[in-house]
Ligand binder design. Structure first.
Ligand code: DP6
Length: 340
């Protein structure tokens, strides 16, 4: 290892992503029970700076929008511990440093935009820069995705874009998917906020419930088939088949939560009303507007840019306005970046 300078500052930003085929359940050290696919977002991202100050011992301060948030230390310290076990030599420098992490999200909290994906995406990009400076070796993109995965599984898919898969070619890292039909190359995501209440059950706890889930084997089978079929649909330009799988995946995720041993529900009444409204609108207009859901009540509406105007007019109707408190318009993005 190179001699560590007294002070280093690195910066990066990483987008969130929304899964089409959902990662739900894990084993071992953050390995997914099933393969997943996602769309990398563009405007919803986390910007992070990481200051590393040489010290005798380890310490960590995390600031969100300028405010110290000691609550974040637990998840980041757990991440460091995993890095030390799996890659002890490379990240030794963290043990003799004070890390000051300053972070900002471009999107509001608890909106159904996965902040752990963008947060650990940005942290992994920063850590890769510290690693390059102190071990004089640039990490490959797969290694950065692996670092992100160890912090939060879905973060593995936030390093590259516009579409990523994780758990098929490798369980350790995500990779960009190639040869997608042009019909999918300008997808939009209108995130409809039904409720911004804090989640009662975290995704990490939800994943744990899959260990003993009565539908575990059936879910793994379903996700593998959906993974295969959705890639085919995306490569063949079949938007309707893509949408069918997208919606089935979203509702299967919530059905798994509802049928867990300790059953729980994250959907709200208005989530269901909006699902019905989207399906009716699609039927009436014969246009490819589909919904998906994260682990929360808010809908992500996915559609090609060609119907943007029609979708905006539907979303500004009284019918939709009475169900949602806010809409965030996002679109396909190209992945994480180093900031200077
Ligand atoms: C429903 O990546 O947030 O969004 O690995 O425990 O941090 P941890 O979980 P997380 O789980 C995300 C689950 C999901 C589906 C998905 O993004 O694939």
């Amino acid at each position: 290892m190179l001699k560590q300078p007294n002070n280093l500052v690195v910066k990066a930003k990483a987008p969130s992503n929304i899964a089409f085929v959902k990662y739900w359940g894990k084993y071992g050290v953050q390995m997914p029970l099933n393969p997943s696919i996602s769309m990398t977002l563009s405007h919803s991202y986390t910007e992070t700076s990481w200051e590393l100050i040489k010290s005798d011992s380890f310490s960590l301060e995390v600031y969100l929008d300028g405010e110290l948030v000691p609550g974040f230390n637990k998840k980041i310290t757990k991440w460091f511990d995993l890095l030390f076990t799996l890659n002890s030599e490379d990240f030794e420098f963290l043990k003799t440093s004070k890390s000051i992490i300053r972070t900002h999200n471009t999107f509001p909290h608890s909106t159904g935009i996965a902040s752990s994906a963008s947060a650990f995406g940005a942290l992994a990009m920063c850590l890769a820069q510290l690693h390059a400076k102190l071990n004089s070796r640039e990490l490959e993109v797969e290694e950065v995705s692996e670092l992100a995965r160890l912090g939060s599984g879905s973060a593995a898919r936030s390093i590259e874009g516009p579409f990523c898969e994780w758990g098929k070619s490798s369980e350790r890292y995500a990779s960009a998917i190639k040869d997608i039909d042009t019909k999918f190359q300008n997808l939009k995501d209108a995130i409809c906020i039904v409720s911004s209440k804090e989640k009662e059950i975290s995704s990490t706890i939800g994943h744990g419930m899959m260990d003993e889930h009565v539908f575990k084997d059936a879910r793994i089978k379903q996700a593998n088939k959906n993974y295969h079929d959705i890639i085919n649909a995306m490569q063949n330009g079949d938007l309707m088949e893509f949408g069918r799988i997208l919606e089935q995946e979203a509702l299967s995720l919530h059905a798994l939560m509802m049928s867990s041993h300790d059953s729980y529900t994250l959907l709200e009444g208005n989530s269901i009303e909006l699902i019905k409204a989207v399906r009716q609108w699609r039927q009436a207009h014969k246009e490819p507007l589909f919904f998906t859901l994260d682990a929360g009540p808010n809908l992500h509406l996915i559609y090609p840019a060609s119907i943007e105007e029609k979708v905006r007019s539907f979303l500004s109707s009284n019918e939709v306005s009475s169900l949602v408190s806010n809409i965030i318009y996002d679109e396909l993005g190209s992945g994480a970046q180093v900031c200077n």
